[in-house]
Design a protein around this ligand. Structure first.
Ligand SMILES: Nc1ncnc2c1ncn2[C@@H]1O[C@H](COP(=O)(O)OP(=O)(O)O)[C@@H](O)[C@H]1O
Ligand SMILES: [Mg+2]
Length: 399
């Protein structure tokens, strides 16, 4: 029997399109002998659709037309099974589209990669590939992620965090940054990806501008020292908290000072569209990265340990920064659902994309098996014991 696998992609995120590319790539590579692949596209307004047309990249040139040809659906938990059900109910006949056994979220960014979708999947009773709710949320919030890594003794760049409410007093915020960090300074929205809203400031005027810009994308912003002689190295990890392995390392190349959205997905600098269909896989990069054997091993070991420390599962990509001024190494960020699922980092160590996908699904099924042994509810119903009326005295008592 094939496993009924729903691939979820899209979503209310600035990385919506990137997710479509990543998901189409994955669906092309999933083993059709093992899985019944059910595409579930989350439109930009959050509504979900299924249908075979959603697997064809050309259809995304006209999304309104594509959605007309697709079926609007919801997930429903019924008798212990998760069913995709038509949203626009037919008067006659069943409205069930298909049962789903496992979900594979291939989504990037806020509202989907950050634990939101993972929480939804738990609520509708579906086992799913990748990080659970907490690790997804931690991985998305650059401040919380740094705090956890620091707690675990991992090397990170310290940062200053501001909420929008504090930024009402812009001068005070800027003074606070200048007291702690020397220029040049990097400003980032706390929870976006793909370099959106990130900029470098070399003086006070630029810092005001960078902060203003970052606050248009998020309610919380972090500020850190800019590494001037920067080398970026990325490494992927697959596994879970019990067992995890590191991939080959890559060095992505940027056209500008900051590795931009265009670098990552448009195959080069602004205006160049070549390779836009390749997603993260089409970025200009060097694999394996030019590293001494010791540095390569240090990065791979740190990547695995940090992955386990944050409680990750599935495939992540951990991005490092090397400061060539003094050779220090920092963990910059986690991508708990990396662009193109980082498959291009696994091929060089002998893992084909199809086998990587199998492995990720088997890790999800393992988590589900382990969880079935955990007690989530008691058979006894304390609400059935006696009258609840007049029990105000016990309000709030949890013991
Ligand atoms: N402290 C820093 N010093 C220098 N460049 C940085 C620094 N932090 C980020 N960058 C640049 O900005 C890019 C995007 O930052 P990153 O933290 O990876 O956010 P995102 O989640 O958007 O990818 C990095 O790939 C790097 O090129
Ligand atoms: Mg990054």
């Amino acid at each position: 029997m094939k496993i009924k696998l729903a691939v979820l992609f899209g979503g209310r995120s600035v990385e919506h399109e990137v997710s479509v590319i990543s998901a189409l790539q994955a669906m092309e590579n999933l083993n059709a002998d093992k899985y019944d692949i059910i595409p579930v596209y989350i439109a930009k307004n959050g509504e979900m659709f299924t249908g075979e047309f959603l697997r064809d990249s050309d259809e995304y040139k006209n999304i309104p037309e594509l959605l007309k040809k697709s079926i609007a659906v919801n997930f429903v938990l019924r008798d212990g099974k998760t069913i995709l059900v038509r949203k626009n109910m037919k008067k006659f006949g069943s409205n069930d589209v298909t049962e789903v056994e496992v979900a594979f979220p291939i989504v990037h960014g806020t509202n989907v990669e950050d634990g939101t979708l993972q929480g939804f999947l738990r609520t509708v009773g579906l086992p799913f590939v990748g990080c659970d709710v907490l690790a997804s949320a931690v991985g998305m919030d650059k401040y919380v992620m740094k705090a956890m890594l620091k707690d675990g003794g991992f090397p990170i760049l310290d940062c200053v965090r501001f909420r929008r409410s504090a930024y009402v007093d812009r001068d005070k915020c800027v003074a606070m940054v200048e007291e702690k960090i020397n220029y040049p300074i990097i400003v980032k929205p706390v929870n976006l990806g793909s370099s959106v809203g990130i900029s470098k400031a070399s003086d006070r005027d630029a810092l005001y501008k960078s902060l203003d810009d970052a606050f248009t994308y998020a309610d919380t912003v972090i500020v850190e020292r800019a590494v001037v002689k920067l080398r970026e190295i990325n490494c992927s990890v697959v596994g879970d908290v019990d067992f995890a392995e590191a991939s080959e390392c890559e060095e992505p190349f940027m056209c500008d000072e900051i590795l931009s959205y265009e670098d990552k997905y448009m195959g080069g600098g602004k205006g160049s569209k070549s390779g836009s269909k390749g997603g993260m896989a089409s970025l200009k990069r060097k694999v394996p990265a030019d590293l001494s054997p010791e540095m390569r091993e240090r990065i791979r070991t740190l990547a695995v340990e940090a992955f386990k420390h944050l409680g990750c599962s599935g495939v992540s990509r951990i991005d490092f920064m090397i400061d060539d001024a003094d050779g220090s190494l920092y963990i910059n960020e986690f991508n708990t659902i990396p662009g193109s699922l980082a498959f291009y980092l696994w091929k060089p160590v002998g893992v084909e994309y199809r086998d990587l996908l199998d492995k990720l699904i088997s890790i999800a099924l393992k988590r589900n098996r382990n969880e079935s042994e955990i007690t989530y509810s008691f058979d006894s119903n304390i609400l059935s014991m006696g009258s609840l009326k007049g029990s105000k005295g016990s309000k709030g008592s949890k013991s």
